[in-house]
Design a binder for this molecule. Structure first.
Ligand code: AMP
Ligand code: GLY
Length: 412
């Protein structure tokens, strides 16, 4: 098969790497990819706009396009490619509403009868404030923008004053409606599935580290590291995860929005069970870099079956390994001013059981240089999480560029 992966980050590097292992593969491209991926042997093609991707697919007789980032999923790319006979692994824009509207997501969860935080929908500031004033603040309250907000649309508020300020800030930035939500207390985890509109296969669970330092009040990032699987979940929790995907897919189908593609459930393990915080209509970054190396099954085969609606009775096989992924970022990340453009040294011979995934890199005078916040990440696989963590840190310490920073406590 001739396959194109769309995207340019560490997540897409991991997707392309896993697809490259498939026996079904004839040729693989990443669009646009990045020079780090090229350096490790992936073919990157410099196309990003819909007409250019379409022209590339036609000229090169691409059989399947696998979508990475939500920007591509929410664009017209899938519609245009499919109208021209190119198969796509991505949800429709209607189904992708699951991420683009938190209210729609709540409707699906309620229809599916799944556990999620109790909420109220406010269409005006007065309405939001009346909800807040009824809360006793013995526990915090969560104020959420409905639409996409690049991780900045949620405020967990401990006092009425901060909640009122959040209402002001979120509606100024993102408008209405707002969701005012019960605050769930527990441990967060993410679960991933590949879906064919009705059936699905589980791709695993992962925990990511969102803050720039171990301080829970430090700046939020795209993700500083992850481990997989989440070893604090029980077999009952695993059954609950199956239920979450099965019932949500059923509800989406009933509503005429069957979901095909990767699906990411943000969950909270509470003492009353597993609650769904949100869905994302893509894989996580950097969770994917921890998740996919553990998968033994042929991801391309599963992807084709997902697109063709043939996942019923399929099951993912996993290697008997735990994984840990650590991200190296540029100095200044996640702020607006970063120290960029420095040559990157990577280990010449990588340790067995480790993988390096590239993200914010370019080339200057034939050297790789850092040009983004999250520059690259290292995944290590081992029989235990401790061993995987040690290996990942051993490997990332061999990477050098001026201003390099990583968290020291991933997977501890
Ligand atoms: P979301 O975009 O809905 O996943 O929210 C982003 C983050 O806010 C989550 O990863 C949680 O850490 C936190 N969060 C969202 N909703 C809740 C909730 N109801 N209770 C506690 N924390 C929440
Ligand atoms: N690491 C979180 C995300 O991809 O949304």
């Amino acid at each position: 098969m001739r396959v194109l992966v769309v995207g340019k980050g560490g997540r897409e590097h991991a997707i392309a790497q896993k697809i490259s292992e498939s026996k079904m593969l004839e040729t693989l491209w990443v669009a646009p990819g990045n020079p780090g991926m090229s350096k490790v042997g992936l073919q990157c093609v410099n196309v990003e706009k819909t007409p250019d991707v379409l022209a590339f697919c036609k000229t090169n007789r691409v059989d399947l396009v696998v979508f990475g980032p939500e920007a591509a999923i929410l664009s017209d790319l899938k519609e245009v490619l499919e109208a021209n006979g190119v198969a796509c692994l991505a949800p429709s824009r209607e189904a992708a509403h699951l991420e683009a509207s938190k209210y729609f997501c709540k409707e699906i969860l309620e229809d599916a009868g799944l556990l999620t935080a109790a909420y109220q929908k406010a269409n005006t500031v007065a309405e939001a404030i009346s909800f807040l004033e009824k809360h006793d603040f013995k526990t915090p309250i969560v104020v959420k923008a409905d639409g996409l907000a690049a991780g900045k649309g949620v405020a967990v508020c401990e006092t009425l004053e901060t909640a009122k300020a959040a209402v002001h800030d979120l509606t100024t930035a993102y408008g209405f409606p707002l969701l005012v939500e019960e605050c769930l207390i527990g441990r967060e985890l993410s679960a991933f599935a590949l879906c064919d509109g009705e059936d699905f296969v589980i791709l695993g669970t992962a925990c990511d580290y969102k803050r720039i330092t171990p301080d829970p009040f430090s700046a939020n990032t795209g993700g500083m590291g992850a481990f997989s699987p989440c070893d604090f979940i029980s077999t009952d929790d695993e059954a609950a995860i199956d239920d979450i995907f099965r019932k949500s897919l059923k509800s989406l189908k009933r509503k005429g929005k069957p979901y095909v593609g990767f699906l990411f459930a943000g969950l909270m393990k509470t003492d009353k069970g597993l609650y769904v915080l949100e869905f994302n209509v893509r894989l996580g970054d950097p969770e994917t870099q921890a998740l996919l190396p553990r998968i033994k099954s042929d991801l391309l085969d599963l992807s084709v079956k997902a697109v063709q609606g043939r996942l019923e009775k399929q099951k993912t096989e996993f290697h008997d390994y735990r994984s840990v992924h650590v991200v190296a970022v540029s100095k200044g990340y996640p702020g607006n001013t970063m120290d960029l453009g420095h040559a990157i040294q990577i280990p010449t011979a990588s340790t067995e059981g480790t993988n390096i995934y590239f993200a914010g890199v370019s080339t200057k005078n034939e050297n790789l240089v850092n040009t983004g916040g999250r520059v690259l990440g290292v995944t290590a696989l081992a029989k235990t999480r401790d061993e995987a963590r040690m290996k990942a840190y051993q490997e990332i310490r061999k990477v050098q560029f001026q201003g390099l920073y990583f968290r020291e406590d991933i997977a501890q």
